[in-house]
Design a protein around this ligand. Structure first.
Ligand SMILES: Nc1ncnc2c1ncn2[C@@H]1O[C@H](COP(=O)(O)OP(=O)(O)OP(=O)(O)O)[C@@H](O)[C@H]1O
Length: 304
């Protein structure tokens, strides 16, 4: 594996800040002695293909520059390989970087940590979720929250966390529970009316909404949050508590841990790391240590 670094840049991430973040990170990495090249791609599939090529060509590290979307593309290239992933979080939500304790909207700090980790030959093993050929680092969402993501992705305004809040308000008007079948670790199917189900490798989505509070990306399993049938009033009252993760104490909310989660519900689309996976049914599996993450040697769980 070479000592060059490939930046996978989403120029549009974070209101067009992706390119600026890449320039700032590249400056730090070059000053630390690394050879750096940036790839973008004309669209997301092209970017994903270029990332896979860089990994196949033996790049020393792949660094995703942007939000959770470009990290998600990068995962498809590096998962279950020995190529480490760095993250320069410059997007809207940045939940994967947040879950891994990496700097957010601080490209120089992120690049400095990466350079230190590469120089020390250190990386941290992180679990990933897998659905078919797709990988995710954060949360797989289905139900109310996938409809919110769908709407949020279509909205151009407002920006950041406010966009998710606005999408939540719009979807509240159409709130309904759906019958959902859930099976954990190959056990018996359970069927119930749900408002949403979230399968967390990491704890948050939507820029810090801690829907699967307690999930850690290095604990070897998912943390699953199921919200049963709730009224609009209850959802409005409980929603702000999701930022602190205290919604888990509500009687309509159940939490489980599992390494394999099967979900089936009519007319529901699954989203992972904010990207559409397709309609249910789907099966998510937690793959322990599937990712080598460039993180400081002193980071929790370092090694590998
Ligand atoms: N290099 C790229 N070229 C084109 N599209 C990309 C690229 N990288 C990521 N994307 C797509 O752009 C979308 C947004 O990416 P990302 O999450 O990195 O930015 P963001 O500003 O945080 O996004 P969002 O507005 O969704 O919160 C995703 O759907 C992702 O697949």
């Amino acid at each position: 594996m070479g000592d060059d670094i490939t930046l996978l840049v989403n120029p549009a991430a974070g209101r067009g800040g992706g390119s600026r973040a890449a320039l700032r990170a590249a400056r730090v990495l070059r000053a630390a002695g690394f050879s750096v090249r940036a790839v973008t791609g004309v669209d997301a599939p092209d970017a994903a293909r270029r990332a896979r090529e860089a990994v196949a060509d033996g790049t020393g590290a792949l660094v995703a520059v942007g939000g959770d979307g470009v990290v998600s593309l990068a995962l498809g290239a590096v998962a279950e390989t020995s190529t480490p992933l760095g993250i320069v979080a410059a997007g809207t939500g940045n939940d994967t970087a947040r879950a891994c304790g990496l700097p957010i909207r601080a490209p120089e700090a992120a690049a400095t940590l990466m350079a230190e980790a590469l120089a020390a030959g250190a990386s941290r093993r992180v679990d990933l979720g897998r659905v078919g050929e797709r990988w995710f680092a954060g949360v797989l969402a289905a139900g109310f929250d996938s409809r919110v993501t769908d709407r949020g992705n279509r909205m151009r305004w407002p920006r950041g966390r406010l966009r998710y809040d606005a999408a939540v308000l719009a979807e509240l008007a159409a709130l309904h529970a759906v019958p959902c079948r859930i099976r954990l670790d190959g056990g018996p199917w359970s069927e119930r009316d749900i408002t949403l189900v979230a399968v967390g490798n990491g704890p948050s989505y939507g820029g810090g909404l801690r829907i699967c509070a307690g999930a850690r990306p290095d604990d070897g399993h998912f943390t699953v949050t199921v919200v049963g049938r709730v009224s609009r009033t209850t959802l409005v009252r409980v929603y702000p508590r999701v930022y602190r993760g205290t919604h888990l104490g509500h009687p309509a909310v159940s939490a489980f841990t599992a390494t394999r989660v099967e979900l089936d519900a009519p007319g529901v689309t699954g989203y992972a790391d904010g990207e559409p996976l397709g309609p249910l049914p789907l099966t998510a599996t937690c793959v322990p240590g599937a990712l080598r993450l460039l993180a400081p040697p002193a980071g929790a769980g370092s090694g590998g």
